[in-house]
Design a protein around this ligand. Structure first.
Ligand code: FAD
Length: 393
């Protein structure tokens, strides 16, 4: 029989097309040589060097599944594979790509004017400009409809007041897509999105420090104090909560694949370690209790890979439903976190250090479980779909 690949025991990658395989190999090689050797250092330093952004742009990974305006225009599965290979190194690297491409760029691409697209998308695709996406607020997380940030009209201008919390990439962003509640007067309809260049008077960003998770991904708080924007700063196509939610669906799709990368990395590390570390006169891999852990991981990784592949094909065909995205995000992040915790036990004391990637993945995945819809929110979305009854409020 052909040799089985332990991290892809069902050979799910055989389903990838040629371009998708090329993208996998290119991103994997880049991630292994340019990112993996430095990532523990970046994690300790609580940052990621800005040059990395340029590299990601040069590889075509920023907004890669978008068409036109300098974006690569790949399929959804290809984008997923790239997310997987990046997150195999660190969830924070995939978070950067998700926020740039699927949140900030996608919002402008899907809902923006031609002028907004021309101004921002080519620079963002090249990694010359960094974008962030401000939806969450200190008092509005799982329930973004409770947001307090307001946009009011003053003549033709818009004036924004409020604050946004937990905003990925914001400490080094050049532009923020900010969602705000508008007053119903003068034809404005509910929540609208605004393109806010950093440096606009009244707009400040405070970096959130002392995070114990996702330290390679920089996070900040946005403060909007009478931020005056011209009439054309609004995203013309988006009205209501469906605007930001459409972006979140894009980013969640990347997480479904990314979680597989983190899971594979933890499992691969534990497998290798168990094969060489000896106790009681033989390798850890030779103990039944350890084998059970490794076998469970192999099964979970295979299931998560299949799930990602299936949802990738549905998205490539334009048939992916948000509830299916909830199933994938919930199941794959759970599986990855389970695997990370189990892998950590196999590494014993070594498992708690930055010498190995496992603990770093584990604490990162705690954030991945919470952002882009918490586990509970996805359970409630699935619950609503299967029962027909909403239980959110
Ligand atoms: P809460 O909404 O207060 O929830 C707390 C707990 O209560 C959760 O377990 C939740 O599931 C549970 N809960 C709430 N309501 C219910 C209910 N009805 N039934 C059952 N349980 C419930 N946001 C952005 O807009 N842009 C970003 O770039 C961004 N990046 C982030 C980066 C990091 C590192 C982190 C940690 C967060 C980021 N977020 C971002 C915010 C993230 O999306 C929110 O943290 C998330 O939506 C949860 O909101 P919350 O933290 O306010 O928790």
């Amino acid at each position: 029989a052909a040799e089985l690949d332990p991290v892809d025991i069902l050979a799910v990658d055989d389903e990838l097309g040629e371009t998708e395989r090329d993208i996998r190999d290119t991103v994997r090689a880049f991630a292994r040589t340019e990112l993996a050797p430095h990532v523990a250092e970046w994690f300790e330093a609580d940052t990621m060097p800005r040059e990395v952004v340029k590299h990601l742009g040069a590889l075509g990974l920023l907004g890669m599944h978008l068409e036109g305006h300098g974006c690569a225009g790949t399929g959804a599965t290809a984008y997923g594979v790239a997310c997987r290979e990046l997150e195999a190194v660190d969830s924070g690297l995939r978070s950067f790509v998700s926020t740039q491409g699927s949140l900030a760029m996608y919002a402008i691409h899907r809902w923006g004017s031609e002028e907004q697209k021309q101004q921002w998308l080519p620079a963002m695709a090249a990694g010359e400009a960094v974008g962030c996406f401000g939806l969450t607020e200190p008092d509005a997380g799982s329930d973004p409809s409770a947001m307090r940030t307001r946009a009011r009209r003053d003549g033709d201008d818009w004036v924004l007041d409020g604050s946004k919390m937990w905003i990925t990439n914001s400490p080094f962003a050049d532009v923020a897509v900010v969602w705000a509640q508008t007053d119903p007067e003068r034809g404005a309809k509910g929540i609208r999105g605004f393109v806010v260049p950093v440096g606009t008077p009244g707009f400040t960003v405070n970096k959130i420090t002392r995070k114990l998770s996702l330290r390679v991904s920089v996070t900040g708080e946005l403060v909007l104090d009478g931020v005056r924007l011209p009439a054309d700063a609004v995203l013309p196509g988006a009205e209501g909560l469906s605007g930001p939610l459409s972006c979140l669906s894009e980013a969640r799709f990347g997480i479904i694949w990314g979680a597989v990368g983190a899971a594979r990395a933890c499992y691969g590390t534990a497998l290798e370690y168990a094969g060489r570390r000896e106790q009681f006169g033989r390798p850890l891999a030779g103990f039944q209790l350890t084998q059970r852990k490794l076998s469970e991981m192999a099964v979970q990784v295979a299931q998560a890979s299949l799930l990602a592949a299936r949802l990738g094909r549905l998205k490539d065909a334009g048939r992916l439903d948000p509830v299916q995205i909830s199933v994938g995000k919930l199941a794959n992040v759970r599986a990855a976190l389970d695997i990370a915790r189990s892998a950590r036990t196999i590494l014993g004391g070594n498992g708690i250090t930055l010498e190995y990637p496992v603990f770093r993945h584990m604490v990162n995945l705690e954030t991945v479980l919470t952002y882009e819809g918490t586990e509970e929110m996805h359970l409630l979305s699935i619950g609503k779909a299967v029962t027909g009854v909403q239980a959110f409020r």
